[in-house]
Design a protein around this ligand. Structure first.
Ligand SMILES: [Mg+2]
Length: 389
């Protein structure tokens, strides 16, 4: 049976007609080659993201912002070399989320890598990269590995299903698809995906302050050190410690101490303003701020703002000799991949060690201030490191 006949084009609502049209655009199999696919890959990453976003908007609901869509509704990616099946599935799933389509695995991989979907429905039998190979490629991509993949297949034999599950399939749907079955299976996968996303997020968030936890920070630090080694860009780190915090806890009690840490976290997490910057609770009353592609001067400026912002909270601390309010000390260090005698290498251990030395120096100098780490140069190596304001 030719599934294209399941839904005559005259029955397709105007919105789905747009979907079908846009599904054709990124594919060059049986249509005149278009620029859209090539363009997505030839542009720089920021422009690529913008292009993909505008494409997504055009595909789904032009009146809604893509960012809002991502928060409000899940994202579904449907892949089948038969546009008729794409239309049928699009119609069935229209109410479940933000829909995107592709007529080939290669186009689908491009769309998925631009913006990871929450669930994928893929035809098992396709020319070029078939559904099994497509699924296997998703599972080896860290960005897409957690996305559930549902196979659509006209072969219901055991071997086929075993091959699908070994490629990483989450479920199977038989052709011709039935609306109730498709919706139920997709809903189940979306529910499981939402649950696993929430668990993953919770595992990386500090329970007390709601900012990144130590585990997340350690992962990010390693990633950014590796990136800095490759790119040669500087990488800066601020270690931030609440002054006399034990005295604060002893005097006001632990619930007040928790409130104090939440207030400090909330105040400093908004200071860096680039997406790659990260503020984390490092442990106890210590916070860390990781600033990729930031020179020492920029990091020192931000450290001073951290000191001033926390003091400006005016959290009363009768046990503190510093104006009787809660203050922080900050140690700053910057790593460069091009190591010479005066630089810190971009390794997690070296950067943490240097920022810690600067933090201890700031404590020793009277607290409530920031100091930067200056590595010994080749000529004064014997003098050892110094820290300066
Ligand atoms: Mg097919």
């Amino acid at each position: 049976m030719n599934e294209r006949r399941l839904v005559p084009s005259s029955d397709i609502d105007p919105c789905l007609k747009n979907h079908a049209l846009m599904a054709v655009v990124p594919t060059s199999v049986s249509f005149a080659p278009t620029d859209s696919t090539a363009t997505l890959h030839d542009q720089d990453p920021i422009r690529r993201r913008r292009t993909a976003t505008s494409l997504d908007n055009a595909v789904s609901q032009p009146s809604l912002d893509r960012g809002a869509l991502a928060e409000q509704s899940p994202s579904l990616l449907i892949i089948d070399d038969d546009p008729g099946i794409v239309q049928v599935l699009g119609r069935m799933l229209a109410g479940l989320g933000h829909l995107r389509f592709a007529l080939s695995s290669s186009d689908a991989l491009r769309l998925a890598r631009e913006d990871a979907p929450d669930v994928v429905l893929v035809d098992a039998e396709m020319p070029g990269i078939n559904g099994f190979e497509f699924c296997a490629q998703m599972k080896i991509d860290p960005y897409l590995a957690e996305v559930p993949v549902i196979f659509i297949t006209s072969h219901g034999d055991v071997e086929n299903e075993v091959a699908g599950f070994s490629a990483g399939a989450a479920d199977f749907i038989r052709k011709p698809p039935t609306a109730e079955v498709v919706v139920a299976r997709v809903r189940t996968q979306l529910r499981l995906k939402a649950l696993s996303d929430a668990l993953r997020r919770a595992a990386l968030v500090d329970g007390l302050t709601g900012i990144a936890n130590r585990r997340r920070f350690d992962e990010q630090l390693q990633t950014e050190c590796d990136r800095s080694m490759r790119s040669g860009d500087p990488l800066s780190l601020l270690m931030i410690d609440v002054d006399h915090f034990k005295r604060y806890n002893d005097h006001y009690g632990h619930p007040a101490g928790d409130s104090c840490l939440r207030a400090v976290a909330s105040a400093i997490q908004g200071l860096p303003n680039r997406p790659a910057d990260q503020v984390a609770r490092y442990g106890g009353e210590e916070f860390a701020m990781l600033l990729p592609d930031t020179e020492l001067a920029g990091a020192a400026h931000l450290a001073q703002r951290v000191v001033e912002t926390v003091a400006a909270l005016r959290i009363v601390h009768e046990g503190s000799p510093l104006n009787l309010v809660v203050t922080v000390s900050v140690g700053v260090a910057t790593a460069h991949s091009h190591v010479d005698g005066a630089n810190i290498p971009a390794s997690a251990q070296a950067l943490l060690g240097a920022a810690d030395q600067a933090l201890y120096a700031a404590k020793a100098a009277g607290r409530g201030r920031s100091l930067t780490y200056a590595a010994p140069t080749l000529t004064d190596e014997l003098a050892g490191p110094t820290c300066r304001a």
